[in-house]
Design a protein. Structure first.
Length: 538
C-alpha cells in the first residue's frame, strides 16, 4: 500500500488538451499513415467519457481511427490518457504495474517521437512543445508508481523545459499553466527525503505558492483539461493544503457531475473518519454511491479504486459501526480482489485490531497470523509481531458496545444521553471509552466537554491496537480548538495525532496537511477559517 506523495491525487499530471491544442499543430506535417489528428469535439468527447466510466469503449473507438489518425501527437496523447485510467496504481507488485503500464508508455513514446521529429525538421508550431511537455510529465507521473524516481525526475525536468518554452510564448494557456502549476507545487511540497534526492540528482525545484496560483488561475477557462485540473486542485486542497472544506466542496461538485467516476467518490471515504458531527446519513450516501459504481459493467468499472473505497468504508465503520466494519472486512477477505493486491491482507490486519479492542484475543491472533503470511503487506509485519507479543499482556474490550455506538451517532438524544452517562460513570474508562464519550458530547453539541474527553483519551497509554482512537481523538481536539480560533493549539493536536501509529491509508498525509493549515492560520498566512464544527450535521 502506497504512502507516496502522489497517491491521493489519482491523475496528478493527467494528459488533456485545450481547444487550440486539439487541432493538429499548425504547420505540422502528418506522417504518411495519418490524414488528420483528433478534432476538438473528438477530444472533448473522449475526456467526457473518461469521467463517465466509458474508457474501454473509447479505446475501441480510437482503435477504429488508427488508419487516419495514427502518427499524430494528440491521437497518441489521448490514447495514453485512456490507458492511464486502466492502471491499478496502488499495487505492491511493481513488475505487474510495469507490465500493465507498457501500452501507456508506448503511446507516450510515440507522441514524443513525433514531436521530436517535427521540431528537428524545423517545424515552428509552438504546440509541439506543449504536446511533448504533456507526454513527458505523464511519463514522469507513471514512473512514480513504479518507484523509478530517477526516471521520473529526468522526464519531469525535460517536460518542465518544454512547458516553460511554451508558456513564454503563450503565458495565458490554461492547460500549460495547470500542468506547470501542478509540477511546481508538488516539486516544492515533497517530503524532505524526496527533496534531498532531487538535489542529489540535480532535478528541477518547485515553487508552492506560484504553483498553487497557476492551478487556481487555470480554472474556469472551459478548456478540455478543466475536469482534470479541478481534480488536481481539489486534491491539493484536501490532502496537501489541509483545506478540507474547500476540497470536499469541490469533489462534491465533480461527483454530482460524474457519479460513475470512482476517483471523485474516494476522497469522501478517506476523510470520513476525520469529519466530526457527520451522522449516519453521510455514510449511507457513500454506500449508495458505491453501489452505483458496483453496478457498472466490470470492464468499465475502476475496480482498484472501487475496492479502495470499500476498504476505507470498512475502516471508518471500525469507529462508527463496529459490527458492520467486521462484515465489510470479512467480505473483502472472502472476495480477495486482484487489485489492490494488498487489500485482503490489510483488511485482516485492521480486523484483528478491532477484535483485540473488543477483547476477542483468539480471533485477533488468527487474523494477524493470516496477515503475517501475506508478503504483500510486509511493511506491516513488524507491527503485527509487536501486537501479538502484547496481546496476552493487555486486556481488551470497551464499555461502548455496538448499540451504544449506534446511539452516539444516531438521532435519539435520550439514547445518546444514556450512553454518555454510562461512560461518565466508569471508574477506569479505556481509551476507546474516552473517545466515545467525547463523540457523545460532541454530537450533543457540547464541544468544550468533548474536548476534555478527547484529551483524556490521548493521555493514557493505549494498547497498540487502540492507537487509532487516540489518533482520531487528537484530530477531534484540533478541530474543536480550531473552531474556537485557537489555531496554534489546534496545530499541536494534529501534530500529536500524527505521532500515534497511523499506517491507516493516507491519514498521515491528510492530518499533516491540516496541521500546516492551522499553522498558516496562526501566522496569518491563511484566510479561510475552519467550518467542520460549525456546519449543519448531515
Amino acid at each position: 500500500m502506497k504512502r507516496d506523495y502522489l497517491l491521493i491525487v489519482i491523475s496528478i499530471l493527467a494528459v488533456s488538451t485545450s481547444l487550440d491544442g486539439a487541432r493538429r499543430a499548425a504547420g505540422g506535417k502528418p506522417t504518411p499513415a495519418a490524414t488528420r489528428d483528433l478534432t476538438a469535439p473528438e477530444v472533448r468527447r473522449t475526456m467526457d467519457r473518461v469521467f463517465r466510466a466509458q474508457v474501454r469503449a473509447s479505446l475501441s473507438w480510437t482503435d477504429s481511427l488508427a488508419s487516419v489518425c495514427q502518427g499524430e501527437p494528440m491521437y497518441h496523447l489521448m490514447r495514453a490518457r485512456l490507458y492511464r485510467e486502466l492502471i491499478p496504481v496502488d499495487d505492491e507488485q511493481k513488475e505487474e504495474l510495469k507490465r500493465l503500464a507498457a501500452p501507456l508508455h508506448h503511446e507516450l513514446e510515440q507522441a514524443i517521437a513525433i514531436c521530436d521529429a517535427r521540431i528537428s525538421a524545423g517545424d515552428p508550431a509552438p504546440e509541439l512543445r506543449l504536446y511533448r511537455g504533456w507526454a513527458r510529465m505523464l511519463m514522469s507521473h507513471v514512473h512514480t508508481y513504479e518507484k523509478s524516481f530517477w526516471s521520473a525526475g529526468r522526464d519531469a525536468k525535460k517536460g518542465k523545459e518544454d512547458l516553460e518554452w511554451y508558456l513564454a510564448r503563450k503565458p495565458d494557456d490554461p492547460v500549460a499553466s495547470s500542468l506547470m502549476g501542478a509540477f511546481l507545487y508538488f516539486a516544492d511540497t515533497l517530503p524532505a527525503a524526496y527533496k534531498f534526492v532531487s538535489k542529489l540528482l540535480f532535478l528541477p525545484s518547485g515553487d508552492r505558492d506560484r504553483g498553487l496560483q497557476m492551478m487556481e488561475l487555470a480554472r474556469g477557462w472551459n478548456s478540455l483539461m478543466e475536469t482534470d485540473n479541478s481534480l488536481i486542485l481539489y486534491s491539493v486542497y484536501l490532502g496537501f493544503e489541509g483545506r478540507y472544506e474547500e476540497g470536499l466542496e469541490g469533489f462534491e461538485y465533480l461527483r454530482r457531475q460524474f457519479p460513475d467516476h470512482a476517483t471523485f467518490l474516494r476522497p469522501f471515504a478517506i476523510i470520513y473518519p476525520l469529519l466530526p458531527r457527520h451522522g449516519s446519513e453521510y455514510g449511507d450516501n457513500l454506500d449508495r454511491s458505491t453501489a452505483r459504481i458496483a453496478a457498472l459493467p466490470d470492464a468499465e468499472r475502476d475496480n482498484a479504486t472501487y475496492w479502495l473505497i470499500r476498504f476505507e468504508r470498512a475502516f471508518a465503520d471500525r469507529y462508527y459501526d463496529p459490527s458492520r466494519s467486521i462484515e465489510r472486512f470479512e467480505e473483502i477477505m472472502r472476495e480477495g480482489p486482484e487489485h489492490p493486491d494488498w487489500v485482503s491482507g490489510f483488511s485482516a490486519f485492521e480486523l484483528g485490531r478491532l477484535m483485540a479492542t473488543r477483547g476477542n484475543a483468539d480471533k485477533a491472533r488468527e487474523l494477524w497470523n493470516f496477515a503475517l503470511n501475506d508478503a504483500r503487506i510486509g511493511y506491516l509485519h513488524d507491527e503485527v509481531k509487536a501486537m501479538l507479543a502484547e496481546l496476552d499482556k493487555t486486556p481488551g474490550g470497551t464499555g461502548a458496545g455496538p448499540a451504544d455506538v449506534a446511539a452516539i451517532y444516531g438521532s435519539d438524544d435520550d439514547a445518546r444521553a444514556r450512553v454518555r452517562q454510562s461512560l461518565e460513570s466508569k471508574e477506569n474508562p479505556s481509551v476507546a471509552d474516552m473517545f466515545y464519550l467525547g463523540e457523545a458530547r460532541l454530537m450533543a453539541g457540547d464541544p468544550e466537554k468533548a474536548l476534555d474527553a478527547f484529551t483524556g483519551a490521548v493521555n493514557p497509554r493505549a494498547a497498540r491496537w487502540d492507537e487509532g482512537y487516540q489518533m482520531l481523538a487528537s484530530a477531534r481536539a484540533g478541530e474543536i480548538l480550531g473552531s474556537m480560533g485557537e489555531y496554534k493549539a489546534a496545530s499541536k493536536h494534529y501534530e500529536r495525532a500524527g505521532k500515534f501509529w497511523h499506517k491507516e491509508f493516507l491519514y498521515d498525509w491528510v492530518m499533516a496537511a491540516r496541521q500546516r493549515y492551522f499553522d498558516r492560520l496562526d501566522r496569518g498566512k491563511e484566510t479561510t477559517p475552519p467550518t467542520l464544527l460549525t456546519t449543519t450535521r448531515q
